[in-house]
Design a binder for this molecule. Structure first.
Ligand code: COA
Length: 210
């Protein structure tokens, strides 16, 4: 990748529709037939937990090719403390540019920016194959459990990175997904009608197959 061929900058109001379309293209049929992430970001921008300073887009030749965003949330610690942390995503790169390093570039940039703002840790659901390269590890190694997960269930999707080294030391507890991420399917359907028609396909597996 030519590291000079893009800029990363804050998302502006005028970008909203283009970013939603980019996210729709990136997530379409990846995790389910169609996707909900374009509606999720539409809703999250107005959520009190949304971190405006970390709402970032990647631009190349005047076109948006990537985005990432963060939300504030907490770990309910077993000792009764409430530990503020960040969660992340959706993060997306325009599909024709996958596997060229752009995803890692915006991810690393935004994590550095989050660290610079003083946030202590980021936890979220993702695939270690991609995020491991940016310093994420399984959240269980930090003693953090995913909410509502039955005992013994696979938790390898649940990842964590400390932005302040040692931030989670001495803490065990349960991570909470911000409520804003839970959207109503009917609202997704309705919102999706405002975009060009796109075929929903049931596809085996997911993108992180290797
Ligand atoms: C996930 C996503 C943001 C990655 O962006 P990207 O620009 O393709 O990623 P990069 O090129 O920076 O990848 C960096 C490394 O991560 C790993 N990686 C990235 N995509 C991968 C994939 N599909 N399968 C396995 N490993 C992958 C690879 O090790 C890669 O390095 P390599 O290409 O030298 O092997 C992009 O594929 C995307 O938008 N996907 C759809 C939306 C999505 O799933 N978002 C994440 C939700 S958790």
């Amino acid at each position: 990748m030519n590291t000079n061929d893009y800029i990363i900058r804050p998302e502006e109001k005028d970008d909203h529709r283009e970013v939603e379309n980019l996210v729709r293209e990136a997530f379409w049929n990846v995790y389910r037939p169609g996707c909900s992430e374009h509606y999720v970001i539409h809703v999250l921008r107005d959520d009190p937990a949304f971190v405006r300073e970390l709402d970032l887009v990647m631009e190349q030749n005047g076109r948006l090719i990537g985005q990432n965003m963060f939300m504030k949330t907490v770990i309910d610690a077993d000792d009764g403390r409430t530990v503020p942390v960040l969660t992340m995503g959706p993060i997306g790169i325009t599909p024709e540019l996958w596997r060229r390093g752009y995803g890692k570039a915006i991810l690393d940039y935004s994590l550095e920016k989050a660290a610079g703002l003083g946030y202590g840790a980021v936890l979220f659901e993702g695939a270690i194959g991609f995020y491991g390269k940016s310093g994420f590890d399984y959240a269980r190694k930090f003693g953090i459990r995913y909410h509502d997960l039955p005992e013994g269930a696979d938790d390898s999707f649940f990842l964590c990175k400390e932005l302040i080294p040692g931030y989670l030391e001495g803490i065990t507890g349960v991570y909470q997904t911000p409520r804003g991420y839970y959207v109503d399917d009917a609202n997704v359907e309705e919102f999706d009608k405002s975009f060009p028609p796109k075929e929903k396909l049931k596809l085996p597996g997911q993108i992180f197959s290797d």
